[in-house]
Ligand binder design. Structure first.
Ligand code: KG4
Ligand code: ZN
Length: 335
């Protein structure tokens, strides 16, 4: 018998208040995202207290908009999924409490979802998974390689030992005087520049782990030294050289892991997956292999609730439920 699960998803882990309704974990009925970027821009990064306050102000409005857009009634909703972690605890709490209140009032099952499981399942909104698969997650808070042999089971094979890829982009952008979030600005500048500076690549020997703080420091030193000597470096060339280092390490490790684990699919997720340099180079390198590569639409790469509903649907169908004691967990592990 064909399953027909209508899942409500809620995401408030960072600076987007998002609600979505997804059918069967694969079909988006509605995906509403209210971004707070404008409010955090003048501080050069996300201010946790401001994020929480915005989530409180936005959550019921975004929820109402989602139902209005979807033309769905509460009777039709089978369950509620919410990001329980990781993220900013005050931000997560808004979504978790909203989900608990709704689950209680509407008598619906509740499913807590890991934010990274969400980023991974954003891909399933575009194409069915084939196992084993390898997921490269690159966002503002995470850089991870995750191996999946079946639905809902995640094996972390590599992660960053310091800064996340997006964090490195944002910090380098800040040094170049670019607004928050800096990733898209570096992306734009890199496309106009040339790789004139040989920045380091942190290979970390045979490990699948990543490290970006050395690269970030190398960029900062280069800029300082040039300033002291009265030399001018082109921002475009710094961006292009920095991006070349990030992209090369991400792709080499992903390729190596994909071959070692003999995967049937490689998927890419998280905000940095929107990077044009990374997308282009991934496509070139994977076209030289037999391994199918899937990078979702940019709208599904950054934080949204459809991805939470998609991951939540799998957990729900596998019988996983959260109780009314569900709590926000800022450092939740993926398992
Ligand atoms: O996944 P996401 O929306 O939020 C987190 O879960 O962290 O990722 C946000 C990150 C930010 O660091 C932002 O600068 C980066 O993704 N980002 C980009 C691009 N678009 C967003 N980085 C590089 N190139 C881009 N085009
Ligand atoms: Zn995210």
């Amino acid at each position: 018998m064909k399953k027909n699960t209508l899942m409500l998803g809620i995401e408030t882990s960072c600076d987007e208040t998002a609600v979505a309704i997804v059918r069967n974990g694969t079909e988006i009925i509605t995906n509403v995202v209210a971004s707070q970027i404008e409010s955090h821009k003048r501080f050069g990064g996300v201010v946790p207290e401001i994020a929480s306050r915005h989530h409180v102000e936005q959550i019921t409005l975004v929820l109402e908009e989602a139902f209005k857009e979807a033309q769905v009634t509460w009777d039709e909703i089978d369950a509620i999924s919410v990001t329980e972690g990781p993220g900013l605890v005050g931000a997560l709490l808004v979504g978790v409490n909203a989900a608990k209140a709704l689950a209680f009032a509407k008598q619906k099952p509740l499913v807590g979802v890991h934010h990274i499981a969400g980023h991974i399942y954003a891909n399933r909104l575009e194409k069915e998974f084939e196992f084993p698969l390898l997921a490269l997650i690159v966002s503002g808070g995470h850089t991870e390689l995750v191996l999946m042999k079946e639905h809902g089971v995640y094996e972390l094979i590599g992660e960053t030992r310091d800064d996340a890829a997006g964090e490195a982009y944002d910090k380098v952008a800040r040094m170049l005087g670019l607004p928050y979030p800096g990733g898209p600005h570096i992306d734009r500048l890199a496309a106009m520049g040339e790789e004139t500076i040989d920045f380091p690549r942190a290979w970390l020997e045979d490990s699948y782990d990543f490290s970006f703080s050395g690269l970030k420091s190398a960029v900062i030193n280069k800029i300082h030294n040039a300033k002291q000597r009265g030399e001018t470096l082109k921002s475009e060339d710094i961006a292009a050289s920095f991006q070349a280092s990030v992209v090369e390490v991400l792709i080499e490790k992903t390729l190596r892991a994909a071959k070692e684990f003999n995967v049937k699919q490689v998927i890419v997720a998280g905000g940095v997956a929107a990077n044009r340099g990374l997308r282009k180079e991934l496509e070139v390198r994977f076209s030289e292999t037999e391994i199918p590569l899937l990078i979702p639409n940019i709208k599904l790469c950054t934080d949204n609730a459809a991805m939470i509903a998609a991951a939540g649907t799998i957990a729900f169908e596998q019988g996983r439920r959260s109780g009314m004691d569900l709590n926000a967990n800022a450092s939740l592990l993926l398992k």
